[in-house]
Write a protein that binds this ligand. Structure first.
Ligand code: DGL
Length: 259
């Protein structure tokens, strides 16, 4: 049976792939990191739409993927509606910053949202934010450079940017007026969650989107009768438009994956 296609601008979507594999261990996945054209976050919609279309076509032509997970908030915000319209029969799941779960969890009703500039500027995000902004106060923080620093494995730069952006959203804590919930609205950021948690303090909840996305992918495949025999052992194939070595070592580090 065909694999499930998953893509991101780089290693970030591995945080989604981790959840997908946990949810559907029998499935085969092909993961494409568009590292030759990354980052997406500060490049504008037209660029991200072009890249998304090219990748979707490649995954369909070369791998006949049976479903697609856009494991990138920026690409989802810019292009998910177009991919849906152009491939109406393809089970498709995108990711968006987890504002709704954050509203359900926050007690102080002050919620930090870290995402790329592209995601925060998108019409899709504006719709989500507008629907919820009466229920909590959202502190929106564009995090220029952070996905790129995580991608490059530049620990000093990751630490400096995490500090800069958490300082801008502070104070954190569980008292009135403090941010008690932090939404990681870019799939790269879970790989900096240790640094972020150290800066916010242990009481602040960091929210990522892998698990709900994986459950949704499973529901769609189930409904389409496309789930593999649960006794099968799934494989993961890694592809990159830039260096494959960098993706393989990130996957080995974060997913205990050897490709
Ligand atoms: N991982 C991507 C996201 O979720 C974007 C990173 C980038 O700027 O390329 O938004």
């Amino acid at each position: 049976m065909s694999p499930i296609g998953v893509f991101d601008s780089g290693v970030g979507g591995l945080s989604i792939l981790r959840a997908l594999r946990a949810e559907m261990p029998a499935e085969d996945f092909v993961y494409l990191a568009d590292t030759g054209f990354a980052p997406y976050g500060e490049r504008g919609d037209a660029y991200v739409i072009d890249r998304t279309r090219a990748i979707v076509q490649r995954l369909l032509d070369e791998y006949a993927v049976k479903a697609l997970v856009i494991a990138c908030n920026t690409a989802t915000a810019a292009a998910v509606h177009l991919v849906r319209a152009e491939h109406p029969d393809l089970p498709l799941v995108g990711v968006e910053p987890a504002l709704k779960p954050a509203v359900a969890l926050s007690r102080t009703r002050r919620i930090g949202v870290m995402a790329t500039r592209g995601t925060l500027a998108s019409a899709k995000f504006a719709g989500l934010h507008d629907a919820l902004k009466d229920r909590a106060e959202f502190v929106l923080q564009p995090c220029d450079g952070l996905a790129d620093a995580i991608q490059a494995g530049d620990a000093a730069q990751v630490a400096a940017l995490c500090k800069r952006y958490t300082d801008a959203m502070a104070p954190f804590g569980s008292r009135a007026g403090e941010v008690d919930t932090l939404v990681l609205g870019c799939t790269h950021y879970p790989f900096a969650s240790a640094e972020l948690q150290a800066l916010t303090g242990a009481d602040v909840r960091l929210i990522e989107t892998g698990e709900p996305v994986a459950r949704q992918a499973r529901r769609l495949l189930e409904a389409a009768g496309q789930l593999r025999d649960p006794a099968a052992t799934g494989r993961i194939e890694l592809l990159a438009t830039g260096s494959l070595d960098a993706l393989q070592s990130a996957a080995a580090r974060w997913l205990s994956l050897r490709a």
